[in-house]
Design a protein around this ligand. Structure first.
Ligand code: FMN
Length: 309
């Protein structure tokens, strides 16, 4: 018997966000999905999350932007993207013809930027949801990231919710003192779901050149090295909120994904694994299915949170 992998990620939202399976791509690791659709049948995935989108097009941070450490990848891409208008004009018509839902990841310098982005994306055919990246610096408040504090995270969430009827996923940063306080604040502010984690702050020094190995000096660490950190944060967040939680961070196999699901996640995102294996997300989906079949698990609901102590 084929297990039921479907999952509703926005049960409290009128439009809902029903996925046929829990595996999605993590923002920034598959562009707009259009590039990867040439490599494999991307429409088999649960959802596609596109590259972080801003109001205006951006060129991103100075090179070098990627650096491989002994156990993870550092990146400081800095929102290189085509801007929301080009996304709506050139990408959303392609997405509208896909059977897989596409979620647009957004970032801004101010609460107003986020609200404006949400307003522009509302009602656009081909866009099924918004993922709000709150790992962005609040320029008006001296550059502290919105997601570092519960109050600023809640403000962004409420502003986005007020300007769109699309399902809203708020993506949390691990670079905060208290992940459960931020998770609870965004849930109270109306988020339909949360995803976590974004990258962990990190850097590396090129000892021969005697300077930072990445152009922006500080980057974000991702990949297998961050999986235990991500898992602990997902565990804690899932215990603190009653909205769906999406796990992300170092997931490279079906078994990794099952760990996140058993910690309380309803779905998972695959990021850095796609750099070494472009089929990673599909392989992970296959791995989840095999595990469920082997263990006689009939539906995803049976194992969500099943590993909690
Ligand atoms: C090259 C690169 C670009 C990224 N760009 C974004 C982005 O635009 N918006 C965002 O919310 N997260 C972005 N992320 C973070 C990932 O979506 C993900 O949260 C993080 O990499 C942890 O997952 P992983 O270990 O599976 O890669 C980016 C990550 C990488 C490696």
């Amino acid at each position: 018997m084929i297990p039921d992998l479907s999952i509703q990620l926005a049960p409290k939202n009128g439009q809902g966000l029903l996925l046929t399976n829990p595996v999605m791509t993590a923002s920034g690791t598959v562009g707009y999905g259009t590039e990867f659709s040439q490599v494999f049948d991307i429409e088999k995935l649960g959802a596609i999350i596109c590259k972080g989108t801003t109001l205006e097009p951006r060129e991103g941070n100075p090179q070098p932007r990627l650096f491989e450490t002994a156990s993870g990848m550092l990146n400081s891409i800095g929102w290189q993207n085509i801007g929301v208008k080009a996304l709506i004009k050139d990408k959303s018509p392609i997405w509208a013809s896909w059977r897989v839902p596409v979620i647009v990841n957004i970032g801004g310098d101010s609460v107003e930027d986020y609200a404006q982005l949400a307003r522009e994306l509302d009602g656009v055919a081909g866009i099924s949801g918004i993922e709000v990246n709150i790992s962005c610096p609040n320029v008006k408040a001296g550059g502290a990231v919105f997601g570092a504090e519960p109050e600023s995270a809640a403000k962004v969430t409420a502003a986005v919710k007020a300007t769109t009827s699309l399902p809203v996923i708020v993506k949390l940063t691990p670079n905060t003192a208290d992940i459960t306080a931020v998770a609870s604040a965004v849930a109270d502010a109306g988020a339909d779901a949360i995803s976590l984690i974004n990258t962990l702050k990190g850097t590396a020094i090129d000892i021969r050149k005697r300077r930072p190995a990445i152009g922006n000096i500080i980057g974000g660490l991702s990949g297998p090295a961050i999986k235990p950190v991500a898992l602990a944060m997902v565990y804690d967040a899932a215990g603190a909120v009653d909205i769906p939680v999406i796990g992300c961070g170092g997931i490279s196999s079906g078994e990794d994904a099952i760990e996140f699901i058993m910690a309380g996640a309803c779905a998972v995102q695959v990021g850095s694994a796609s750099f070494s294996n472009p089929h990673a997300a599909l392989d992970i989906l296959e791995g989840i299915m095999q595990f469920m079949e082997k263990e006689g698990i009939k539906s995803l609901g049976e194992i969500i949170g099943a590993g909690r102590g």
